[in-house]
Design a protein around this ligand. Structure first.
Ligand code: ARG
Length: 479
């Protein structure tokens, strides 16, 4: 009996077979319970169980094909790993959270059931390349789910945009009324950002599509592994180029946490718009009752809590990016245990963006817009002033003069207590420029202002419809 068996037997004596440490050969003494729990990661990495098994199956099969372990043992390992996967799935096997990490747990179960055959699975492998592999496999299966949530969320916004291609509303700069736009235009602006997020997730996935399996602890192995074969079997584009890079870097985690944080920042800003629109002062949006909350004391309250919470959760997403950058910045190459901290931040970012996308989608798909309020808000605030100036430019006046004439008219209106240029009679307008004629009044209605802005990118209804079509196409080809 070798020392590892003795150690494991000793542990088994303590009724802890699944949590036998993998490094018991070197250290006869196990850290005390609190210290062991401190360095354990199973609480966080147990979600990698299925990925760990997928990786181990590919590794074991390759070991068999390469003659590193007997072919029959490779088959036995594969079958048992398949059983463990199914049992974990059905709940017949529970993860022992006293284990150090998910890799130790699964190898422990395998060894408990198969004895020496189980002890063969780790040949040519380290937990360093194993965890790097598991994480990439996990991301390859879950990031597409987040992309699908994103695509559906953009779809829901574009459905609303379609309904409101003609709904005029004020566009704002500095949160001051600026120029009339359409609600469809505003919703397309949000969607354009989310479409780029879709691309960011795809880019990150493409870059992480290399298998680190076979990198070992940092320097590969002298055993004749076939890294190309495992990379292919696991659905990667190929193996990673450098074994140290494979176990040391987590740039892909930073990149994905970054994609999450940017998406979350987008959602946060959209939610800020929603919160403002839901106020009594604006009253542009009426959130469904299911997507609102009340107050425990003020009977009248209908609060946009969901929007606020999505905005709030953007803080943790930004924090996770900083966590990962800081985690990596001082680490000597190659693997350091610090890297174990990567998963909590990354998983939190992925979970957060997934739930926020779902909640934001439900909230926006069921929201009703107050078309009349939006239209009314286009009058008062002189949103038509730019269009009045452009009217003069069309009649040959230099823009700077036209700007000045329109500005003076705005001042005249304010002094006369008029809320819009339309309230000012033609003779008064002519005092500021002889070029004004009767047709000025129809040129400065909110609908006319919006219709005139039909350049690519503009808020005119037909142009908004074109943007919606293109955004829908982009969802398809970045998917
Ligand atoms: N739980 C570890 C992690 O997440 C696995 C790798 C452990 N490797 C080591 N040399 N201690 O990073």
């Amino acid at each position: 009996m070798n020392i590892m068996d003795k150690m494991n037997d000793k542990l088994e004596g303590k009724n802890k077979p699944a949590s036998s440490v993998l490094w018991a050969g070197r250290l006869a003494e196990k850290p005390e319970a609190e210290a062991f729990a401190f360095q354990a990661s199973i609480g966080v990495d147990q979600r990698l169980a299925q990925d760990d098994i997928v990786g181990s199956r590919a590794h074991a099969a390759m070991l068999g094909r390469q003659g590193i372990i007997p072919a029959e043992i490779a088959r036995t390992l594969d079958a048992e790993l398949g059983r463990i996967a199914a049992e974990l799935e059905s709940g017949a096997l529970l993860i022992d959270t006293r284990a150090e990490d998910i890799h130790s747990f699964i190898e422990g179960v395998l060894t408990e059931r198969l004895g020496d055959a189980g002890r063969m699975v780790h040949a040519g492998r380290s937990r360093n390349d194993q965890v790097a592999l598991d994480l990439r496999l996990y991301l390859k299966r879950t990031v597409p789910e987040i992309r699908a949530e994103l695509a559906q969320t953009i779809g829901a916004l574009l459905d609303q945009a379609e309904q409101h291609a003609e709904t005029v509303m004020p566009g704002y700069t500095h949160l001051q009324r600026a120029q009339p736009v359409t609600l469809g235009h505003h919703l397309c602006a949000w969607s354009a950002g989310l479409v780029r997020d879709l691309g960011r997730f795809a880019d990150a996935l493409a870059r992480l599509d290399e298998s680190p399996l076979g990198a070992g602890a940092l320097a590969g192995t002298g055993l004749p592994l076939d890294r190309n074969a495992t990379a292919q079997a696991l659905g990667f584009g190929g193996p990673t180029l450098n074994s140290m890079d494979s176990v040391a870097d987590r740039d892909f985690a930073i990149e994905l946490a970054g994609a999450c944080a940017i998406t979350q920042t987008h959602l946060s800003r959209f939610c800020e718009d929603v919160v403002i629109w839901a106020s009594e002062e604006f009253k542009f949006i009426d959130l469904a009752e299911e997507w609102s909350t009340g107050s425990s004391i003020m009977p009248q309250k209908k609060n946009p809590d969901f929007a606020e919470l999505i905005r709030g959760k953007a803080a943790r997403s930004a924090g996770n990016v900083v966590t990962l950058l800081t985690l990596l910045k001082g680490l000597p190459y190659a693997y350091d245990k610090d890297l174990q901290e990567d998963k909590e931040a990354l998983f939190d970012s992925l979970d957060t963006v997934r739930s926020c996308l779902r909640i934001f989608r439900g909230m926006m798909a069921s929201a009703k817009f107050n078309i009349e309020r939006m239209k009314a808000a286009c009058t008062g605030g002189f949103l038509e002033a730019t269009d009045a100036a452009e009217y003069l430019v069309r009649r040959g006046l230099p823009f700077r003069r036209a700007h000045e004439a329109a500005a003076l008219i705005v001042r005249d209106c304010i002094e006369a207590g008029q809320r819009s240029i339309a309230e000012r009679p033609l003779p008064e307008l002519k005092k500021r420029s002889e070029l004004f004629e009767d047709d000025i009044y129809q040129a400065i209605t909110p609908a006319a202002c919006v219709a005139a802005r039909k350049l690519p990118g503009g808020p005119a209804p037909d142009e908004v419809r074109r943007q919606i079509k293109i955004l829908r196409e982009r969802i398809l080809y970045t998917s």
